[in-house]
Design a protein around this ligand. Structure first.
Ligand SMILES: C[S@@+](CC[C@H](N)C(=O)[O-])C[C@H]1O[C@@H](n2cnc3c(N)ncnc32)[C@H](O)[C@@H]1O
Length: 441
């Protein structure tokens, strides 16, 4: 067993090895971390935070470190077993300074973990040697990075761990500078952002509660209900008023979507892809719980989350429909004043929070997603009253799911008029997202 003080590193290593062994497929880092913490209730918030930083940081820099390991060892990665690869990545993360530990502790901690795993003396010498050369190389010439002017995908992979195919899929929509700014923003953990729930409290009262708990917060322009908590790294449940529904954890980019739809008290609103209810509950708050929202969701476990959120936040104007948005008999009932189609998407705008996506990118089936997105958008539009408005949104930065998709929709839907759309890039404060508002002639 590792020394008790190394438990966060040990757990981080276990999670990273599970990723490797699962073939980096559908696993979610957040749920693996929760499973890892389960048997260790004694872990402090600080230790959980450190373990999380190790896992998320390694996932975020994975492709960079793999290239470094190849350069340092002169061998293909497949010649090393998963545990050794993960030990090296964990060492490199600490040496690179992505978590604050001195170099000697970075290397020693890896050696101790390897000993605790009963790795052979040869392997321990190998790990020690590779990490010491990495330390020298980082302090000296660093590692090779192709020039961004001639090889943007190669540059983004070597510098930011963005797979080349991901950067290529952005190239039709963005310039080099925009891509680099987003990639840079993705190198850090995203700060927690919350929405104050106006159905249970006020922004002023909640700010006072945060100040009394000595928690720093920051407001965002044009979004009074949003508060960023830049220094807070604990669980949201520890914030004032979690059980009482005073707030909801939600990125500001997601709040802009409901604001763009601007549902009014008393209106009939359709939320076609509703769970877990970030925007359903935001719209209910904007409507003061007056009117009716029909929230559609096919996924049963996500419906459960939606119902829990409605209850905790005191939302009473929502009816939940468990079903497929494409099969609902809505087409012949254009009864809604406002429709939200927050479509299933690649999630590429949320890379700061889900860095494992980088490793799973080649499995992303954008063609299938595009078909569902377009079909849902058409279905939502069919349910809209003439004169009503619809917002299509994704938490994606890919033109293929956003501007290009709505061009297809407009070409096939003569009674739709595009009023406004916005592509927000990933930055250090907010996720990337896209939203387009249409009216019905
Ligand atoms: C981007 S998420 C929605 C997030 C949600 N609007 C919020 O703000 O919390 C997309 C949702 O669409 C659901 N979905 C997938 N296919 C669907 C379909 N055919 N009809 C309706 N919803 C669908 C997914 O299960 C997922 O919950």
């Amino acid at each position: 067993m590792a020394k008790p003080q190394d438990l966060p590193r040990q757990l981080a290593l276990d999670v990273l090895i599970r990723f490797e062994k699962a073939g980096l497929e559908k696993l979610k880092a957040d749920s693996l971390l929760q499973q890892a913490f389960g048997p260790h209730p004694q872990l402090s918030d600080q230790e959980r935070g450190f373990c999380r930083a190790l896992v998320m940081g390694t996932l975020r820099r994975w492709l960079v470190y793999d290239a470094w390991i190849r350069q340092l060892t002169g061998r293909p990665l497949k010649n090393l077993v998963p545990a050794v690869r993960c030990l090296l990545r964990l060492g490199l993360l600490q040496l690179e300074g992505c978590v604050q530990v001195p170099d000697y502790a970075a290397i020693d901690s890896v050696v101790q973990l390897a000993k605790a795993m009963k790795q052979s003396p040869n392997t321990i010498r190998f790990l020690n040697g590779v990490l010491r050369s990495a330390q020298r190389r980082l302090a000296d010439v660093g590692f090779e990075v192709p020039p961004s002017e001639t090889d943007l995908p190669g540059y983004c992979q070597a510098r930011f761990a963005w797979p080349s195919s991901f950067t290529e899929s952005l190239s039709s929509g963005y310039g080099v500078e925009q891509i680099e700014t987003m990639a840079q923003a993705c190198q850090r953990q995203a700060p927690l952002c919350i929405r104050v729930n106006s159905l249970q409290t006020t922004v002023a009262a909640y700010q006072q509660a945060l100040a009394a708990a000595q928690i720093d917060f920051e407001s965002l322009p044009d979004l009074p209900e949003a508060l960023l908590l830049p220094e807070f790294s604990g669980s949201p449940r520890q914030l004032p008023g979690y059980e009482a529904g005073w707030f909801y954890v939600q990125d500001a980019s997601s709040m802009w979507v409901s604001r763009l739809l601007n549902p009014q008290p008393g209106q009939q609103v359709l939320d076609l892809c509703a769970a877990p209810g970030s925007k359903t509950t935001h719209m209910a708050a904007l409507m003061g719980n007056q009117g009716a929202i029909v929230a559609v969701e096919p996924n049963e476990s996500r419906i459960q989350l939606l119902n829990e959120n409605l209850q905790r936040l005191g939302v009473t104007c929502v009816t939940v429909w468990h079903g497929d948005g494409l099969n609902l008999a809505l087409a012949h009932q254009p009864q809604f004043d406002a429709v939200l189609v927050d479509a299933p998407c690649s999630g590429s705008g949320t890379l700061r929070r889900h860095p494992e996506m980088l490793l799973q990118w080649k499995r992303m089936d954008l063609t299938a997603l595009n078909q569902t997105q377009l079909a849902l958008l058409k279905q939502g539009f069919a349910a809209l009253k003439p004169g009503g408005r619809l917002v299509y949104s994704t938490c994606s930065i890919l033109p293929q799911e956003n501007t290009q998709l709505i061009q297809r929709f407009l070409a096939e839907t003569p009674d739709a008029k595009l009023e406004q759309d916005a592509q927000r890039l990933i930055d250090t404060k907010t996720d990337g997202f896209y939203a387009a508002r249409f009216s019905k002639k």
